[in-house]
Design a binder for this molecule. Structure first.
Ligand code: ATP
Length: 301
């Protein structure tokens, strides 16, 4: 028996250690898709976050040399500001997020957080400073409480509950048969996309990073789910620098800065009202999405 269970126990504990060590999707990327070309410098120092000022200086980037993707992106996101990246599919929005996380190195220019070039800091400190809310939150086969606390395993139950309340998912969890101890994931209770995302947001709130990177879901959500998620994200963004990769313009009208991308370049930037008044690309995108929403509403009623 011992011969059989020992290796199994050992594997179980390795698995658990790996799982415990993954504090968010970003670190999961880190582990599962570690890219040998991105390495800490021998003299890399931990990132010192003083306010969460994110700067892209004339950033150029390609995945393959023959195909430039970002063609000189300059962005300045002041501490506590919210910036929304919008633009057609393939324009480079997610690539900007990946570079901020240093999933790849820029091929020209530089990315800085509070004046420190990302290539000079340790990746672990960078990843600890950025909370990623991905389009699809991965849930583990464990309790919903564990799934939230996973961002900070030493968190108390009260802290987990406070994060769930802020993410507008507490009442839902309380309504489950075993509350926070209810098993979720593939082998447990299946949560809807919106519920899963709010668990992910609670996880990020508990991690309490100074910078948030939000990758908004592309899939259509019903109005109530969308409202719940927006409230949850607004709460998560309080007092943090937020970079949102936005797909639905209705969610970003309050952003401090809207950046409109097209084919790897910034073609417009400003606040919602100013961009509407300008009557350019953003105004046309807005008119198109508003017409689509009206058509959908008409079709539903
Ligand atoms: P979407 O709104 O569809 O998510 P996006 O604006 O976020 O699009 P990116 O994902 O940044 O666009 O992609 C920009 C371009 O880079 C696209 O043409 C895409 O095909 C290309 N690209 C993205 N990832 C890779 C990769 N790993 N290798 C090669 N090309 C890539």
């Amino acid at each position: 028996m011992i011969q059989i269970t020992t290796p199994l126990n050992f594997l179980g504990s390795v698995y658990r250690n790996i799982r415990q060590g993954l504090t968010d999707m970003g670190e999961m990327h880190d582990l599962l898709e570690q890219r040998p070309e991105v390495q800490d410098k021998p003299d890399a120092t931990p990132l010192q976050v003083t306010g969460g000022h994110v700067t892209f200086r004339d950033v150029r980037f390609h995945y393959m040399p023959e195909r430039p993707i970002l063609k000189g992106i300059s962005l300045d996101v002041a501490p506590g500001q919210t910036v929304a990246l919008v633009g057609p599919s393939g324009s480079g929005k997610s690539t900007i997020g990946r570079l901020m996380f240093r999933f790849y190195d820029v091929t020209g220019g530089g990315v800085e957080i509070d004046g420190q070039d990302l290539r000079d800091v340790t990746q672990s400190s960078l990843h600890a400073a950025i909370g990623v809310v991905p389009q699809d939150t991965v849930l583990f086969n464990d309790s919903v409480g564990y799934n939230i606390a996973y961002a900070r395993p030493q968190a108390t139950r009260d802290e987990v509950i406070a994060a769930a309340k802020a993410a507008r998912i507490h009442d839902f969890i309380e309504s489950l048969p075993e509350g926070y101890d209810t098993q979720v994931g593939e082998r447990g209770l299946k949560l809807s996309g919106g519920e899963k995302q709010r668990v992910g947001i609670a996880r990020t709130i508990l991690k309490n990073p100074p910078i948030l990177l939000l990758d908004e879901a592309t899939s259509a959500l019903d109005t109530q789910t969308e409202r719940d998620i927006q409230a949850s994200l607004a709460e998560a963004g309080q007092g943090r620098t937020v970079i949102t990769i936005a797909h639905r313009l209705s969610t970003i009208v309050d952003a401090d800065q809207i950046v409109v991308m097209e084919a790897g370049e910034i073609v417009e930037r400003g606040r919602h009202e100013a961009l509407l008044a300008k009557g350019g690309r953003y105004a046309r995108m807005w008119a198109r999405q508003s017409a689509e929403i009206e058509r959908e509403d008409g079709a539903q009623s």
